[in-house]
Ligand binder design. Structure first.
Ligand SMILES: [Zn+2]
Length: 380
């Protein structure tokens, strides 16, 4: 089937306003495997949008050649609500200013609501169970009654993705390396994705606690398996990941085209597009637990003067940054050094170099879970 582009309307929250989500669809909508790829759920994270633009060009060419084998859905700008949030000339796209919620949290956990309707429909055939669960998940979403445009945005996006075999949510960090979050349930199954993208960090969590988009798509499978025990065979039928395309300022055609090429090769390897993806590149890192991330919290406000660069391997006890108070009477007392408690790769630094007391200013991926963690696994 030829590619289609549709604009899905969101409900109008305010008189005289209208918003839509543009969706590029390839292949037979009922075809398998199905991949769903979106960018810009955090509306101020632009690298994924440019990558989606390049990926759409690649997929258009594949479509013209009849090379689309599965169903592919690409949403290059997933959050028109966030993209409208300019404050004092700056785009603020991470959380809803109207509702005070992070755009990538609070996606519906449908497991409890669909368990009753699955009791009668599951059996000994794993493929049949996958179809029944996907159908129940879609029914569960249809039964929701969103109370505002933000909730409808979440439901609309999830409805396009929840029955997919592959869900890739494109984000970026502040100053960062290419990295990825996925579930420990999906590792090492997702290792070829991390390899192909050249991820320098892969962080795994069973349940990060915030109901982000990628977990809302994949977690139902092992939650249902845990619920039903060995009564019914239930595989992990959705491989989802949050892909962090480096930092906010890393918006260039060169890297975006390269990232799109890597996503295209992943789609080829997984049978969605015909053609040879080439060999899987070597994995550039071992996966580490999300609970092993050390976030450096500054106890005082001041200027952020980093001693180490993104990508540096650091040791526990090393000073990563100084917080400098230039108003100190004596410059010798103006610095507060921040040390890391773990050894690993420094993968995130702040863009804004004026720190607020209590702010997280750097993140290091350690191999072991940290005790005494004072932050939730996901940073709002
Ligand atoms: Zn994000």
């Amino acid at each position: 089937m030829a590619k289609t582009v549709v604009a899905l309307p969101l409900p109008s929250q305010h008189l005289g306003t209208a918003r839509t989500i543009t969706v590029h669809r390839y292949g037979n909508p009922a075809g398998r495997p199905k991949a769903y790829i979106q960018a810009g759920l955090h509306a101020d994270e632009i690298p994924g949008m440019l990558t989606a633009h390049h990926l759409i060009a690649r997929l258009d060419e594949a479509d013209r050649q009849g090379a689309i084998k599965g169903a592919i859905v690409v949403v290059p700008v997933a959050n028109p609500i966030g993209l409208d949030q300019y404050v004092a000339g700056r785009l603020y796209g991470r959380s809803s200013l109207e509702h005070g919620q992070n755009f990538n949290r609070g996606f519906a956990d449908l497991v409890n609501s669909i368990v009753p309707r699955l009791e009668e429909r599951l059996g000994s055939d794993a493929a049949g169970n996958v179809a029944a669960i996907r159908s129940a998940l879609l029914d569960g979403l249809a039964d929701l009654h969103p109370s505002n445009d933000l909730h409808e945005l979440r439901r609309t996006l999830l409805t396009m993705a929840i029955d997919a075999d592959f869900v890739l949510d494109l984000h970026c960090d502040l100053e960062s390396l290419m990295h990825m979050y996925t579930s420990d349930e999906l590792w090492p199954e997702a290792a070829d994705l991390a390899s192909q993208l050249g991820c320098r960090v892969v962080m795994l969590a069973g349940d990060s606690g915030g109901d982000p988009f990628d977990e809302a798509c994949s977690m139902a499978w092992w939650k249902l398996r845990n619920h039903f025990g060995d009564r019914f065979p239930i595989p992990n039928a959705c491989l989802s990941a949050t892909i962090e395309l480096r930092g906010k300022s890393d918006v260039e055609d060169g890297s975006a085209a390269s990232d799109a090429d890597n996503l295209f090769r992943f789609l080829q390897r997984r049978g969605l597009v015909a053609g040879h993806p080439g060999p899987v590149p070597p994995l550039r890192c071992a996966a580490t637990p999300l609970s092993g991330v050390d976030r450096l919290i500054t106890p005082v406000p001041g200027i952020l003067a980093y001693r180490r660069q993104i990508g540096d391997l650091v040791q526990a006890g090393e000073v990563i940054a100084d917080i400098v108070d230039p108003t100190a009477e004596d410059p010798r007392t103006a610095r507060t050094p921040l040390t890391t408690r773990t050894s690993g790769i420094l993968w995130s630094r702040n863009q804004t170099k004026m720190a607020v007391a209590g702010e997280s200013v750097a993140a290091i991926a350690g191999a072991e879970p940290l005790s005494g963690r004072k932050w939730s696994l996901l940073v709002d």
